[in-house]
Design a protein around this ligand. Sequence first.
Ligand code: ZN
Length: 273
Amino acid sequence: MINYTERLSLLMEDIVARVPTLSFIDMSRVLVFARSGRTSAEGAYATCHCTCLPPSEPGYYFWRDRRTGRLTRRSEWFVTKSPQVRIGPQPIDHMVSFALPRFTDQMLSRSRKRVHYKAQPNWVAKLDTIVHELYHIDPERPGIRRMEKADGTYSANCHGDRFFGDVVAMVNQYLDTKPDPEISGFLQHNFRELSERFGVVVASAFRGFPSYPQRYIEVLEPQPPPPAEVRCRVEPLKVPRVTTSFTEDDLVMREFLPSGSRQLIREGALRAA
Ligand SMILES: [Zn+2]
């Protein structure tokens, strides 16, 4: 059996210990979890989620009459909030999710990244993805790193011009430190090879799989007064009831298969049966 998310976490700890730009990251505040993603489907290999952003400013939705431009109705005031995630006493600031098995089947030779890595093995594409997600963590404030443009202003796109080049430099910097191949060795295998070698591929995921903690809307109670000079009908906002705080009890082990996954029965549940 291989616990894929555990291996990723250990590798990320080694990366932040060896790459100075990422050394500010406290991996005990970063949670790695798995999402579903088939190899044959399009989509991200991994995503960095921030769970430490403060609530948004109060806002509302509104509708205008297309002809006159007048406001015809608006929603109640609401804010958006980050879910709370804690593992034991430790608050989690960021989560990095990996799409399985898609991530394991990523190949440099079939990726646009290959122009940046000359004569390097296929698995370096996966290392590039891992460093990419870690580089999204903002060193200065809670949130996702903003990329400064050449003119000193910030790019609206969190990737900016320099982002991909910086990632390549950090990947090579990591490899130049001659890290223990035991730590990154699992990246060499695609999903079929992992299954052959380890039998079962498991990873940590949220109990409500495929759902996971996401920013949510909260209607303000009590409602502030209407916005200045806005007089129109106010519609109640129907927001789905979602879980807003998560702990280690919300994490489960799932077995990943070439297409799909299944939750493993927990030891405790088995004993109680
Ligand atoms: Zn990105």
